[in-house]
Design a protein around this ligand. Structure first.
Ligand SMILES: [Zn+2]
Ligand SMILES: [Zn+2]
Length: 338
């Protein structure tokens, strides 16, 4: 591979509308941040400008680690992604399995109008994907082995849109598998029941609902601009302020707001926390002696943590300083827990 090709692949996410940090979405997020500060919060334009481009955030030690992890993980993904099982393989497998059952038959709903089938498929792809994100994210918080990896994301002490990439490669693989399984399941069921009418409503090649999610400032979830929604809307969609709360070190915020786009899963399963007016939030794992601090820690510490967990040495691997669930023995925390 040419060196320019490698470099291009590092920056490809900025020009891919399927990715959250696509330049178009970033520019829109910037516009939303200005609107929020100037129109809603009545901040002067100059103050808003300094608040948005806060050097203490973008050049912090934590942000610098984010940028390094972004590039290192891109390099990892060049090797790992071809190995990942694709949704096509899963979809094919389930599609043939569906032919072996007798409850539904192939093409059972093929008489429905195509616009309706496309709308149903677009919604199902988005909703199932979002639900599995909630489920896997919650599992990562509640099972100590996965928390060892997910801690890398939560060790961020400042947040920028690049923080979404601050994840251990093991978490990247788990999320890649999750995506392949959820999409594979929806694709196979739809093709089995609705036949060839199945298609997606897209804009620039992206599911219209995903496009809408990114257009409305998904990047601001990892930022210091605490945009809140109306109370009723925060039961349906996770606001940036609600995800920021998920990163808070305050005890009352632990294990809240696992959702990605939709808040309804948190609402249904009791982990919803609405945003709070002018709440100062401190991000990170401050106080956790087992928090990863250096780049080396980010990649290797999860493995030593897991070895400690497996050998029963829990004192060396604290979850968070005081988790809401510390009354339970550390090793007993497996999902689901209510
Ligand atoms: Zn989390
Ligand atoms: Zn996050």
């Amino acid at each position: 591979m040419e060196i320019t090709e490698v470099f291009n692949s590092f920056l490809s996410d900025f020009i891919d509308p399927k990715k959250r940090i696509f330049l178009g979405y970033l520019i829109l997020s910037l516009g939303i941040a200005y609107l929020w500060l100037v129109v809603i919060r009545r901040t002067s334009l100059k103050k808003a400008h300094f608040q948005i481009f806060n050097r203490k955030v973008f050049f912090s030690k934590s942000a610098q680690i984010d940028y390094k992890i972004f590039f290192i993980n891109r390099a990892f993904s060049l090797f790992i992604s071809p190995l990942l099982i694709t949704q096509i393989a899963i979809a094919t497998l389930i599609y043939y399995a569906l032919h072996r059952q007798n409850i539904f038959y192939s093409g059972q709903f093929s008489g429905l109008s195509q616009p309706l089938v496309i709308a149903l498929f677009s919604v199902a792809m988005f909703v199932v994907d979002d639900f599995t994100k909630y489920f896997v994210h919650r599992w990562m918080h509640n099972w100590s082995i996965l928390w060892a990896f997910h801690k890398v994301h939560h060790s961020a002490e400042t947040m920028t849109p690049i923080t979404v990439y601050r994840v251990h490669p093991a978490e990247g693989i788990l999320f890649g598998l999750r995506s392949a399984v959820s999409q594979g399941v929806v694709i196979s069921i739809f093709f089995f029941l609705f036949g060839n009418a199945v298609d997606l409503y897209t804009i620039v090649g992206v599911n219209i609902l995903v496009f809408f999610f990114h257009m409305t400032g998904s990047n601001l979830r990892h930022s210091h601009i605490n945009i809140r929604y109306w109370k009723w809307l925060e039961y349906i969609f996770i606001s940036p302020a609600q995800h920021q709360l998920h990163h808070s070190i305050a005890q009352e915020h632990y294990d809240k707001n696992f959702g990605a786009a939709l808040a309804i899963w948190d609402w249904l399963f009791g982990s919803l926390h609405l945003s709070e007016e002018d709440k100062e939030i401190t991000y990170g794992l401050t106080g956790d002696p087992a928090a990863p601090r250096s780049i080396g820690d980010m990649y290797l510490k999860p493995f030593t943590d897991i070895l400690n967990i497996l050998s029963g040495n829990f004192t060396k691997v604290q979850k968070k300083m005081f988790s809401s669930s510390t009354e339970k023995p550390f090793e007993a925390r497996f999902w689901p827990r209510h």
